[in-house]
Design a protein around this ligand. Structure first.
Ligand code: NAP
Ligand code: GDD
Length: 342
């Protein structure tokens, strides 16, 4: 039985990857930083909470990482742990760098010393492209990060490449574009929209206040992206891959589509932080915008070219933008309905 260690076990991708690896017959060990919230709601929703061994491990503490690696001797390590919210990285740039940059180095160093033959996956990101230098972006596109999060992840990416080249370790960096699901945290814009819309539908809220609606993202379905992570580690050579859909949509489009699934037809009035989304039938303001949710520097557009992953790994996304929005809206309508019954 292969042993996989997943950091960030309680996050969106940690949950989907755990389920995927359990189905493949792996023993899954999850590294949890013990933040106080022990609800494990994502693992519970997927029905796998009891099948995973959870160990405490914080990427901030080297000795802790060292002991965990020594104890479980993993065959594969998926480093999904991060301070992953871009907006917070402007408020906590140093903590973000400690976790998202140096944390990767701590983990790689522990592996080099204790289990250099383990295969390693680093969760890199399209945020590294930031102010994009080409459209679309692929593995060769130069990085131009626009946030402390993006800058830290660039370090994480290069230190992974460096350990591969210096010590011949099987270390891969997956440059994943935005991927969403019903398990997405509510602070991210897609889930903020779908969860709050469901609340509006059930009369628990009046409107949603958002930031920059003009930004565009390449959004895929998280469940499919974790399979791509695993495929990278099964290939005979370690390498770096972009995973993306090749389509981009604005936040405005996401709002319109999500609203259409709950029966609202949005008409826009005003501009930028004075923009309002009004339901055509009822005249009700559903969306407002506020400077509060704008970032000091924005990534205006992301659109990925995943042709290398398709050619070399046989990976490609299957779920359309429209279907993804529908899946998320449906899940949140169900959740809010259940919350109301309690
Ligand atoms: P997520 O839901 O925010 O999960 C991140 C996890 O990291 C959380 O479980 C968190 O623990 C854990 N964590 C934070 N600080 C830690 C520390 N110091 N030590 C150990 N664990 C720590 O993120 P996700 O969406 O699943 O993304 C997974 C990874 O992919 C992240 O590295 C993210 O940056 C990267 N990524 C995500 C996307 C995307 O669109 N989702 C795209 C590209 C790259 P708590 O549960 O205690 O908070
Ligand atoms: N979160 C949030 N909240 N974002 C908003 C809002 C709002 O109210 N209003 C507009 N936005 C815009 C942001 O300014 C950004 O341009 C876009 O919506 C997406 O924001 P997020 O959903 O927070 O995601 P992200 O693209 O910044 O980062 C996510 O994707 C990266 C991959 O490109 C995260 O998952 C990162 O961890 C990941 O690396």
């Amino acid at each position: 039985m292969k042993v996989a260690l997943i950091t960030g076990i309680r996050g969106q991708d940690g949950a989907y990857l755990s389920k995927f690896l359990l189905e493949k017959g792996y023993k899954v060990v999850g590294a949890d930083r013990r933040s106080g919230d022990s609800s494990n709601w994502r693992l519970k929703e997927l029905g796998i909470e009891k099948e995973i061994e959870i160990l405490y491990m914080d990427l901030l503490e080297f000795d802790n990482i060292f002991r965990v690696i020594q104890k479980i001797q993993p065959d594969e390590v998926y480093n999904l742990a991060a301070q992953s919210f871009v907006a917070t990285s402007f408020e906590q740039p140093i903590l973000t760098a400690e976790v998202d940059a140096l944390g990767v180095n701590r983990l790689l160093e522990a592996l080099r010393l204790l289990k250099p033959d383990a295969k390693f996956y680093q969760a890199s990101t399209s945020e590294m492209f930031g102010k994009v230098q080409t459209i679309p972006q692929n593995e060769k596109t130069p990085f131009y990060p626009r946030s402390p999060y993006g800058v830290s992840k660039v370090f994480g990416h290069w230190i992974t490449v460096n350990y591969r080249e210096s010590y011949n370790m099987f270390a891969c960096s997956g440059i994943l574009f935005n991927h969403e699901s019903p398990l997405r945290g509510v602070e991210f814009v897609t889930r903020k929209i779908t969860y709050n819309l469901a609340q509006i539908k059930y009369g628990l809220r009046d409107k949603i206040i958002l930031g920059n609606l003009e930004a565009k993202r390449d959004w895929g379905y998280a469940k499919e992206y974790v399979e791509g992570m695993w495929m990278m580690l099964q290939h005979n050579e370690p390498d770096d891959y972009v995973l993306a859909t090749g389509e981009t949509h604005s936040i405005k489009e996401f709002v319109e589509k999500a609203c259409s699934f709950v029966g609202y037809e949005i008409e826009w009035q005003g501009e930028k932080e004075h923009l309002k989304g009004i339901d055509r039938k009822s005249g009700k303001v559903i969306i407002e915008t506020s400077k509060e949710f704008y970032r000091p520097a924005e990534v205006d557009i992301l659109i990925g070219d995943a042709s290398k992953a398709k050619k070399v790994l046989g990976w490609e996304p299957k779920t359309s933008f429209e279907k993804l929005v529908e899946i998320m809206v449906d899940a949140d309508l169900r959740r809010v309905a259940q919350e109301l019954k309690k």
